[in-house]
Design a protein around this ligand. Structure first.
Ligand SMILES: *Cc1c(COP(=O)(O)O)cnc(C)c1O
Length: 372
């Protein structure tokens, strides 16, 4: 549907891909309803092997959400009480929450302004004798400099669990994110680059023991039914979501390359606009978000002016994880993250967003900057 200039522009529009694939979703739905199998059946098994093949990894384990993928991956990697896990302050709270929920302590290392990701130059200095793992986040779909992370991890014998909730399909030096460390945790929350129609998640790994442990943990700590060996979770990807994801998986590369085109177009349209810093466009980036920085303390005013003009934007994230009320100020401050939290503004992006809509977003932004 072509946008006219008085229609509100959402931050994300899933309807184009839903309409495009409607019949295939209907067939997937009917297949599952007729099978009578709704939990860990043929669709989940097929999706796990298709996702493993796509990612280039030995094992994929479907779970209930990206958050559970993180928690289960951490536990399967042997992380628990008394351990420190180094991560980024600048992420959705599920990242630090998963570390805290397994009984470990998050150690926040500040981010690098240009990439929004963990500053790998600061990583080694944060390692102590209690450090057991690093949990990098490929924020906004931009791959972390994993070679630097892996070098530090190898020197200190640390596990690496990648938070790939925003980076399905992203690559670092040719390898998919989530396949470089010991495990990758993916989310299929509907707004993610590969999204289900509900919650869902996946753990990717080449480590057979870690995969086996993850399979136990998702099923109440049992490999054999009613022979529970440990405390686990009820955390399965369900058959319906797996069937829908199987329809979408073959399209994700094309959608991601369209997202890169959208980013390049924003980059062109925003060239030379004062007060806006555009994100770096690097190889392998899948632009889950296109996030600019609004300098000069005007971010919130600009956002409000855009909202009034019918243009939705989002702030991911207004408070760095370490400053959230839950942690009650107990962590040392990370100045770069705090600065970014006051400047970031994510603009509307989805694979099918039209050039005309992007031009409206940018002219709205330029107008807002002029007025606030
Ligand atoms: C979405 C997200 C998660 C959590 O995924 P859910 O499927 O919503 O549980 C974790 N980390 C990051 C960076 C995310 O964006």
């Amino acid at each position: 549907m072509p946008e006219t200039s008085d229609q509100r522009i959402p931050i994300l529009d899933l309807q184009p891909e839903i309409s495009e694939l409607w019949e295939e979703f209907e067939q997937a739905f009917q297949r599952v309803m007729r099978s009578g199998q709704f939990i860990i059946g043929p669709e989940v098994r097929a999706f796990e092997s298709e996702a493993a093949a796509y990612l280039g990894v030995e094992h994929a384990v479907g779970v209930n959400s990206g958050t559970d993928a993180l928690v289960i991956a951490l536990r399967a990697a042997g992380i628990g009480p008394g351990d420190e896990v180094i991560t980024t302050p600048f992420s959705f709270f599920a990242t630090a929450e998963s570390i805290s929920n397994v009984g470990a302590t998050p150690v926040f290392v500040d981010v690098d302004e240009g990439s929004f990701n963990l500053d790998t130059d600061l990583l080694e200095a944060a390692v102590t004798e209690r450090t057991k793992a690093v949990l990098p986040v490929h924020l906004y779909g931009r791959p972390v400099a994993m070679d630097a992370v892996m070098a530090v991890a190898r020197r200190h014998g640390l596990k690496v669990i990648e938070d790939c909730a925003q980076s399905f399909g992203a690559r670092h030096e040719g390898k998919h994110t989530g396949t470089i460390g010991d495990a990758g945790a993916f989310s299929f929350f509907p707004t993610k680059n590969l999204g289900a129609f509900g919650d869902g998640g996946l753990i990717a790994t080449d480590d057979a023991d870690l995969a086996a442990m993850a399979r136990k943990l998702r099923a109440h700590g049992s490999a054999k039914r009613y022979h529970n060996e440990m405390l686990g979770y009820n955390s399965r990807l369900d058959e319906l979501q797996a069937a829908f994801l199987r329809v979408k998986l073959p399209r994700v590369d094309e959608w991601n390359s369209r997202r890169r085109e959208v980013a390049a177009r924003y980059d062109e349209l925003l060239a030379g606009v004062d007060g806006v810093i555009t994100p770096e466009i690097v190889d392998g980036h899948v632009f889950h978000q296109y996030t600019v920085r609004i300098t000069g303390g005007r971010r919130d005013a600009v956002r409000e002016a855009l909202e009034a003009a019918g243009i939705a934007t989002m702030v991911y994230y207004p408070i760095p994880q370490d400053r959230l009320p839950v942690y009650d100020g107990r962590f040392p401050r990370c100045a770069v993250s705090e600065g970014l939290a006051g400047e970031v503004l994510s603009l509307p992006i989805w694979p099918g967003i039209e050039g005309a809509v992007q031009r409206r977003v940018v002219s709205g932004l330029v107008e807002a900057l002029r007025r606030v």
